[in-house]
Design a protein around this ligand. Structure first.
Ligand code: ADP
Length: 227
């Protein structure tokens, strides 16, 4: 669950990035976030991840009240969220398997669990045959699947995908969204930032449009895939 109540954020240099934003994303929803460059999309994500703290207003994410969250509790919040970035952010000298296992090892998950969970999420994103490959030997689409497996391995409540198709072949972009839709169908909330209007038109669903720091549109539209 992501709830913004009258949230504003102003950068220390005085730049207003978000003003009086109200947002309510329930558990299990899938929403696209669209808006021009500089509209405030990254700021919104940074507020959800508590990389920034609201200048005004209230934010609740997955049961955490972010205004009241103590710095030592921030990792707990972040463990409930999986993030996928436009530039994948994989570790080049680790195999696909180890890139995904890394997130579990970092939280000292039991070895037995890692050995069953990692192959499971790698097969979920369709890369079982590539588990021993290195990121540089994979296509952009495949690298993004690895990043998705890594985001999923902790079984987060919420996946934030920040322009996940930005460095992926246009034809493969649809497959990435299909995967996110599949993950969403299993109960994970998904928030996907995108510039690709063709994707939004094709899939439809909830569209949140930000323009100069304001949420100017937040509605569900029909998609071409339902036609
Ligand atoms: P988007 O992700 O939609 O491109 P951002 O959230 O990055 O937009 O930016 C929103 C506004 O805040 C823009 O006017 C941008 O220039 C400004 N901004 C972003 N980061 C900073 C920063 N670190 N310091 C000052 N202004 C910033």
């Amino acid at each position: 669950m992501v709830e913004f109540k009258n949230v504003s954020y102003t950068y220390p240099n005085g730049q207003h990035a978000l003003s009086k934003a109200n947002l309510d994303i329930s558990d299990g929803e899938f929403a696209f976030v669209v808006g021009a460059s500089g509209a405030g999309k990254s700021t919104l994500i940074k507020l959800i991840l508590r990389e920034l703290t609201a200048t005004q207003g209230e934010i609740h994410v997955n049961g955490f009240d972010l205004n009241k969250l103590k710095p030592r509790k921030v990792p707990e919040l972040r463990r409930t969220i999986g993030v996928v970035f436009q530039d994948f952010r994989l570790i080049p000298n680790l195999t696909v398997y180890d890139n995904v296992a890394f997130a579990l090892r970092a939280i000292d998950a039991p070895t037995k669990y890692i050995r069953s969970r990692v192959p499971y999420v790698i097969s979920l994103v369709g890369l079982a045959q590539k588990a021993k490959s290195y990121p540089n030997d994979l296509s952009g689409g495949e690298q993004q699947r690895v990043a998705l497996a890594r985001a999923l391995v902790n079984d987060p409540q919420l996946i934030i995908a920040d322009e996940p198709t930005g460095n992926v072949d246009p034809a493969r972009s649809f497959e990435i969204v299909d995967l996110l839709k599949g993950i969403n169908a299993c109960g994970t909330t998904v928030l996907m930032v995108t510039h690709q209007h063709d994707l939004v038109r094709y899939f439809g669903g909830r569209i949140i449009n930000i323009n100069t720091g304001e949420i100017v549109f937040d509605e569900v539209i029909g998609g071409a895939d339902e036609a």
